[in-house]
Design a protein around this ligand. Structure first.
Ligand SMILES: O=C(O)C(=O)C[C@H](O)[C@@H](O)CO
Length: 268
């Protein structure tokens, strides 16, 4: 149950402390509860590319609540109403996809704030976020615990980094290598030299704006490299990738000719 307490991700990013997390795409409360006990700083529940509903998102939030881990959620779009539903469920850190302008960034931040400064609908007495009405000052202080991380994952997004970073209420910018590769003409090849050069330039510019950066790392080596470059919010893998790799490795240990039938190039 979410009530008012400091957002450790936001605090850590402001203090320059790395935050390492795991991507949850199985939509499984049990998988989330298991991963929540593994020592990550955060788990992300993906509403864009995983078949999450509000009910499955709620079940995963509830499954990890006792662990104290910070939950991050990615809505399927920048839609104001969906962002409000996520926040009412108790999501306190949002990763919002495909941001390409300051105007979009302002609208997203506004969707996380109540009027008069924002556009978030008011339902504090029935929302899990307010402890179902038990946090009397929720309306006045909700914004203090909400962390807004915006995804830069297209050429227009790259072009708008400085204007997006300058928007008040934006806590970090997060690079999405897969979509960025597609936007740059290298669909399925986030390791392409042009994509990697664009990512390096984007990280440099985000740092120059004084904003924390995040990224979806392609593998543990990439994650270590990004952390070494000062990227603070790093996704180091996915629940699906872990399950597939672990199952494949286990079978190969028992049936040596099993081989690895994996078809994708990027084990995310
Ligand atoms: O573009 C990206 O890369 C991301 O935003 C992360 C992916 O969407 C994630 O689902 C892993 O494929």
């Amino acid at each position: 149950m979410s009530a008012l307490r400091p957002n450790r991700i936001a605090e850590a990013l402001r203090a320059g402390r790395p935050q390492i997390g795991l991507w949850q795409a199985l939509t499984s409360p049990a998988a989330a509860e298991i991963c929540a006990g593994c020592g990550f700083d955060w788990l992300l529940f993906d509403g864009e590319h995983a078949p999450n509903t509000l009910q499955t998102l709620l079940a995963q939030l509830q499954a990890v609540a006792a662990s104290g881990i910070e939950s991050v959620a990615r809505p399927p779009s920048q839609d104001r109403a969906v962002i409000a539903q996520y926040l009412d469920l108790g999501v306190r850190t949002l990763l919002v996809p495909m941001v390409e302008s300051a105007a979009q960034a302002r609208a997203i931040v506004a969707a996380t704030r109540y009027p008069p400064v924002g556009t978030r609908g008011v339902a504090s007495s029935t929302s899990r976020a307010s402890g179902f009405g038990t946090a009397p000052d929720y309306l006045a202080r909700a914004h203090e615990q909400i962390c807004v991380i915006l995804q830069i994952e297209s050429r227009p997004g790259l072009d708008a980094i400085e204007e997006i970073a300058a928007v008040e209420g934006v806590d970090a910018l997060f690079i999405g290598p897969s979509d960025l590769a597609a936007s740059l003409g290298h669909l399925g090849d986030p390791r392409h030299g042009e994509v990697q050069a664009a990512i390096a330039d984007a990280l440099r510019r985000i740092a120059a704006c004084g904003k924390p950066a995040g990224i979806f790392a392609l593998d543990p080596e990439d994650a270590r490299a990004r952390l070494g470059q000062g990227v603070l919010f790093v996704s180091v893998g996915t629940d699906i990738g872990l399950l597939r790799a672990g199952a494949t490795r286990l079978l190969a240990q028992v049936r040596p000719d099993a081989g690895d039938r994996r078809t994708d190039a990027v084990p995310t």
